[in-house]
Design a protein around this ligand. Structure first.
Ligand code: ADE
Length: 244
């Protein structure tokens, strides 16, 4: 998978060289290219922002550097174009489902906005020759899209075949498939600082262990994410209907 990231703070994206994503890049599974948007400015101050039409606080990112950057890094149109992701608190919510959807793309580009955002014509113009998706990583406001890109790239990269050593570990985790939060996990020693590992996990009885884990998942989900539990309950009911 190829990833192009456009930012006025390319140093932020240095984290993409580390850990799982960095390893995937070194092994050739990921082709990561980080671009400094200011390379496509032409004035002495390398200006990327200007005051908003209509008034209001803050500055807006000018369209011209974005247009030139996209023309030079992703020329052409049609199916050979990347899917462009624009992180913004006003976007479609990022989720494990969207991570799987994006992991299936051969080429993603990310446009990191700063200030009050990017001139609205940049996404509109890009959409004439590629699929553009504005995405939010949560209901809070960051100073720019860079951290959101780190979050999304990590969630996407670990789904690519060959990136995670044991793909089975993807099946059981929170937000994957069954819609419940993951149960708690333990390792040795069996007792630590007065806290013991739940006895059932030491029993060797796989059926009891599976039941206990499921109950813990349901309990946690009910306590922390009642919204997910309700959705899980409806999906079970729908499965029952389909089977009868
Ligand atoms: N940029 C600023 N806040 C953001 C958010 N919550 N998600 C994605 N991009 C953002």
């Amino acid at each position: 998978m190829r990833l192009d990231v456009f930012s006025i703070f390319p140093e932020y994206l240095a984290a993409l060289d580390v850990s799982l994503v960095g390893k995937a890049a070194k092994s050739g599974l990921l082709d990561v290219r980080v671009h400094d948007l200011r390379d496509w400015t032409h004035d002495r101050h390398r200006t990327v922002d200007d005051t908003p039409y209509g008034g209001g606080a803050g500055m807006v990112m000018k369209p011209e550097p974005w247009g030139e950057a996209f023309d030079s890094v992703m020329p052409g149109d049609g199916p050979s174009q990347p899917r462009l992701i624009v992180p913004t608190p006003a976007g479609r919510p990022f989720s494990q489902d969207l991570a799987y959807e994006l992991a299936a793309e051969p080429w993603l580009a990310f446009a990191c906005g700063r200030y009050e955002g990017i001139d609205g014509r940049v996404a509109a113009h890009a959409a004439e020759r590629m699929q553009v998706t504005e995405v939010s990583i949560g209901d809070y406001v960051l100073n720019g899209g860079e951290v959101a890109v780190l979050v999304m790239v990590e969630a996407i990269a670990r789904l690519l075949p060959g990136v995670i050593g044991n793909p089975e570990s993807l099946a059981e985790e929170s937000h994957s498939g069954h819609g419940l939060l993951e149960y708690p996990v333990y390792t040795k020693p069996p007792a630590w600082r007065g806290h013991e590992v739940p006895e059932v996990l030491l029993s060797g009885n796989h059926k009891l262990i599976a039941e206990w884990r499921h109950e813990e998942s349901v309990r946690r989900t009910a306590e922390r994410r009642p919204d997910l539990l309700a959705a899980w309950g409806s999906s079970l009911a729908a499965e029952d209907d389909a089977a009868s």
